[in-house]
Design a protein. Structure first.
Ligand code: SF4
Ligand code: SF4
Length: 213
């Protein structure tokens, strides 16, 4: 008996008593990590409105050109989402998808998440094009999906990047939009009512002006 056969037999004997690392799929399934990225789901709010406002950010962020959206205006009589628009068509060609999760990260309303459905085998390529009706949560269901696992809430004592609590507008357009005051005129500088901070900012502005002269 050659040495290679003895070595092979030894390996077999060594592993005979070990617990198998495989599972008998589909009878048995592995427990998936919470942040596993499987098939996408479109979410609703608790009042039944769709979270998706057809902003196209997910389609823009997608590196594989998976997402096709057609937007339509909401009206008072026919309101589908809380925004100006909703997605009349929301198709995903999952044959192209690389399950990177960029679409989930780009979505400002938490409308799209990658969930734990990975059994996507099918008999024809057309079946891999998922339509909104297949992706959307049924009426009566309103979950946030894996966003709950991806986005941890900030610590209670974490500094707020914008004055969300006080609603004080500091003159910056970004802050204005964040506190819902995007319509305020920004031509005139509006400084915080804080002498020390105002003084610092004026100095800084003066220095910057000096540099540009
Ligand atoms: S997971 Fe990545 S590739 Fe798939 S649709 Fe989202 S952004 Fe595109
Ligand atoms: S899923 Fe999110 S990012 Fe994509 S269009 Fe809808 S709201 Fe915008």
């Amino acid at each position: 008996m050659s040495f290679d056969i003895i070595k092979g037999m030894a390996t077999t004997l060594k592993n005979m008593g070990r617990k198998p690392t495989t599972v008998s799929f589909p009878e048995q399934e592995r427990e998936l990590p919470p942040r596993f990225r499987g098939r996408h789901v479109l979410h609703r709010y608790e009042n039944g409105l769709e979270r998706c406002v057809a902003c196209y950010l997910c389609a823009g962020a997608c590196p594989a050109d998976v997402i096709y959206i057609e937007a339509e205006e909401n009206t008072a009589e026919h309101r589908i989402s809380p925004g100006e628009r909703y997605a009349r068509v929301f198709d995903m060609n999952l044959l192209r998808c690389i399950f990177c999760g960029y679409c989930q990260a780009a979505c400002p309303t938490g409308a799209i998440t990658l969930e734990h459905d990975y059994k996507l085998a099918c008999f024809s390529p057309e079946e891999m094009i998922y339509h909104k009706e297949q992706l959307l949560e049924p009426l009566g269901q309103a979950t946030v999906g894996t966003n709950a696992d991806w986005y941890e809430p900030p610590l209670p004592d974490a500094a707020q990047p914008v004055p969300q609590e006080s609603h004080v507008f500091d003159g910056f357009e970004a802050s204005a939009a964040s506190v819902g005051m995007g319509d305020l005129p920004t031509e005139q500088p509006v400084l915080l009512v804080n002498e020390e901070q105002d003084e610092d900012r004026r100095k800084l502005a003066g220095e910057q002006d000096g540099q540009h002269v």
